[in-house]
Write a protein that binds this ligand. Sequence first.
Ligand code: AMP
Length: 223
Amino acid sequence: MENIIFIAPPAAGKGTQSVKIKDAYHLAHISTGDLLRAATKENTPEGLLIRNLMESGGLVSDEITEGLLLKRLAEQDCDNGYILDGFPRNIKQAHDYQELLKKLNKDVGVVIYLALDKEIARKRIVGRESCANCGAMYNNMIDTMKPKVAGICDKCGNPLSKRSDDNDATFEHRYDTYLKETEPLLEFYKQLGVLETVDSNQDADKVFSDIVKILDRRKKWLI
Ligand code: AMP
């Protein structure tokens, strides 16, 4: 049993890698971005506030995010280990999480930093498109990832859609937020001795095989 935290700039592939790890190691996948996106679907003042913050590229409040996370961590599938995809995102959240782990008598596990160049991150984000019908992902700014027909899913013919926060202005804000708020976590986890780094400029399969090497070296899966 193992817990994994991903720290990564936008578009480094933490969502993609989380799904691959979830399938290979049977861990729960907790994406705070997904939890928050689900909360925006509720037509409440809080849902609207969350949507505005997410669309601006800033962070949602620690209180709201941690409330959703606590509920999710209480679900049974988290008992055998989980992947935190998008949490913690700042030093306050990291401290709060350490307190929680102490209360639950749990170990932080391994923290994996997915390193990515800013200009590659921009292309991956601004060009990103997905199919709401079958989940296929495309990128209209990266030649090897373009759909055969612009705006249409190769697999099922559905029109492709974009996340509302995947545009150039929001990218700049999200990247700045990452540098100011999230990057300092690298030093925090380095001091705890749990930080591992993977080069995320490579293709997703190579990134995954580098992560597998780290996880298998830790050999906590058989416990
Ligand atoms: P992601 O799907 O991880 O790229 O997150 C999308 C957006 O959700 C971020 O730009 C933030 O606005 C919000 N978000 C996700 N995780 C957190 C978090 N741990 N704390 C605050 N805001 C978050």
